[in-house]
Design a binder for this molecule. Structure first.
Ligand code: PMP
Length: 405
């Protein structure tokens, strides 16, 4: 079969593949614990449900303006002002099907073939693939010192005349690290000086712990909304636990929004008004839900850290935000795919191999699930990876058998 070169170069989304594997095992009655999944367990906010239900029962479900319903854009303007102290116009905003489509539209709009986009490791799995899909080249910068934040000088070293953009995701999926203010400031000032776009993926920006905040990139730009090189990507998926509603948005200079609107008009036309109404409900409804999710995640993070403390061989940096940790499992081998597979086969615990995030030897563990899953999941992992552990064991009320498969 003749398949395009670009499509052939795109790898499957490992997180979505693992979700599917876990679902199939669960369907067969297997006691799977899913520490791979990147979504909170909470139900969507009631304001979101009521608002989308009202739209649905009105029966008036038609195309909307390509760049989004004016009322949702108004809510986004307010959100941007309240959270970022940035006053922008409706023409600076475009709503898409999740932050993922935002990033695709954006990179499609910005990049010529062979342009380079700098991606900082550890990175969200989709960045390099989306960059490749638009014909551009991902240039990965890795921290040299075992930390999760590269030195800014190492980033500058890879900048070339082909560099079009840099993606910054803080707090970071998969490490949970917040990029320090000095790093963000240097990144913004450098990009604005050099005419490089800085894409701030802020999808987790309020899920931060211990009183910390993630310094937002736009804070360090003193340019007006039409001149800034900082582009803000955001959405309702993570903060409101609304992953299935597929609503994200971009705040950018209007010239860019205009072109992204053309791109979207020729692909999806617009986002479903039922889902846009849900996002509007979430943004304009009671915001306590975000704080309560943040507190739950902070507590889950603490539970996971406690469990990992007694996991001999595993080293972990405490996540400062998100709902992911990226512990170092190199004591059990350098092949994170093999370790992850062993854990699924022997202990029925889903983890995501660090290789997918540009951090071989690590595993990404999500703490978005329940405390019970975290404690039992880690107990099973310890049992499965310890060569000395007995062949059969009860963990909670579950009998575990080492040669399960
Ligand atoms: N950016 C990052 C860093 C993410 O982790 C995710 C989701 N896993 C997205 C973007 C995409 O979000 P959405 O579900 O809104 O497409």
């Amino acid at each position: 079969m003749s398949i395009s070169q670009i499509a052939r170069s795109i790898v499957e989304s490992p997180t979505l593949r693992l979700n599917e594997e876990a679902r199939l095992l669960r369907e067969k009655g297997e006691p799977v614990i899913h520490l791979g999944i990147g979504e909170p367990k909470n139900k969507a906010p009631i304001a979101a449900i009521l608002s989308s239900a009202a739209k649905l029962v009105s029966g008036d479900v038609k195309y909307t303006p390509t760049d989004g319903l004016p009322s949702l854009k108004k809510a986004i303007l307010r959100y941007t002002e309240e959270n970022y102290d940035r006053v922008v116009a409706p023409e600076n905003v475009i709503v898409s099907d999740g932050a993922k489509q935002c990033l695709f539209n954006l990179l499609y709009t910005l990049c010529n073939p062979q342009d380079e986009v700098i991606v900082l490791a550890p990175y969200w799995v989709s960045y390099p693939e989306i960059v490749k899909m638009v014909g551009a080249v991902p240039v990965v910068v890795r921290p040299e010192d075992g930390s999760f934040v590269p030195r800014w000088s190492d980033v500058e070293r890879v900048v070339s005349s082909s560099t079009k953009a840099l993606i910054l995701n803080s707090p970071n999926n998969p490490s949970g690290a917040i990029y320090p203010a000095a790093f963000v400031e240097e990144a913004v000032q450098f990009c604005e000086r050099k005419g490089i776009w800085l894409i701030a993926d802020d999808i987790y920006h309020k899920l931060v712990f211990d009183g910390k905040t993630a310094p937002p990139a736009c804070r360090y730009s003193d340019r007006d909304p039409e001149a800034t090189k900082v582009i803000l990507v955001n959405g309702v998926a993570k903060l409101y636990g609304m992953t299935g509603f597929r609503i994200g948005w971009i705040v950018a200079p209007r010239k860019l929004v205009e072109v992204m609107t053309n791109v979207q008009a020729q692909t999806t036309s617009c986002v479903s008004p039922v889902l846009q109404a849900a996002a509007e409900g979430a943004l304009t409804g009671m915001q306590g839900i975000v704080e309560s999710l943040r507190l739950t995640m902070q507590n889950n993070r603490d539970v996971l850290m406690n469990e990992l403390k007694t996991f001999t061989g595993v080293r972990v940096a405490k996540p400062e935000g998100t709902f992911y940790a990226l512990p170092d499992f190199r004591a059990f081998g350098n092949d994170s795919v093999a370790i992850s597979r062993t854990l699924l086969q022997k202990a029925r615990v889903v983890t995501v191999p660090g290789r997918e995030f540009g951090m071989e030897g690590h595993l990404r563990l999500s703490f978005a699930g329940t405390v019970k899953d975290l404690t039992e999941g880690v107990a099973r992992m310890k049992w499965a990876l310890d060569a000395e552990s007995p062949n059969e064991i009860y963990i909670g009320d579950r009998k575990m058998v080492r040669d399960w498969l």
